[in-house]
Design a protein around this ligand. Sequence first.
Ligand SMILES: Cc1cc2nc3c(=O)[nH]c(=O)nc-3n(C[C@H](O)[C@H](O)[C@H](O)COP(=O)(O)O)c2cc1C
Length: 160
Amino acid sequence: MKVLITFFSYTGNTRKVAESLASVLNEKVDVDLEEIQPTRHQPYLYWLILSFIPKLRTPIKPPKANPSQYDLVCLGLPKWTVSCPPINQYLKEVNLRGKTLGLFITYGGFDERRYLKQMIKLLNKKGARVKATLLLKRRWIKEGKAAEHIRRYCNALLES
Ligand SMILES: Cc1cc2nc3c(=O)[nH]c(=O)nc-3n(C[C@H](O)[C@H](O)[C@H](O)COP(=O)(O)O)c2cc1C
């Protein structure tokens, strides 16, 4: 089984989760990691303003991995007010039709459930099926309290 973990991270929390996820999954399956990267680095205020515009996209570096070559794709992103432009662009560029997905979202502390539901709806519209989800609060990641959540999420991803 081949798994692609593809993620965007601005301040490093989602990257940390993606890397932990990769090391847990690696015990059982082949894992590739792909980081979604905007073509230009922008300051917090710039992203904050853009994040309020629904469905807005922003240029990203060309993705290297093709999701169609994987049995499972795990998409990771931070919760950004209304939407996350680099993720919107990624979802425009890759084809996830027919794919089974895992979704993981890191957040500061509010409105994460609505955002998760919105992402699931968007991914379903693109023809993907979301098998397992993980919401991780920034504080849990920083305090090293995410490991058990990640392990449970991995089990849910791999169960048949
Ligand atoms: C532009 C921007 C908007 C954000 N909006 C929210 C929000 O609406 N709700 C929330 O709980 N956290 C919000 N956050 C906090 C991030 O979701 C949180 O810090 C996350 O773990 C960041 O992930 P990263 O380090 O991988 O970029 C926002 C952060 C940024 C930069």
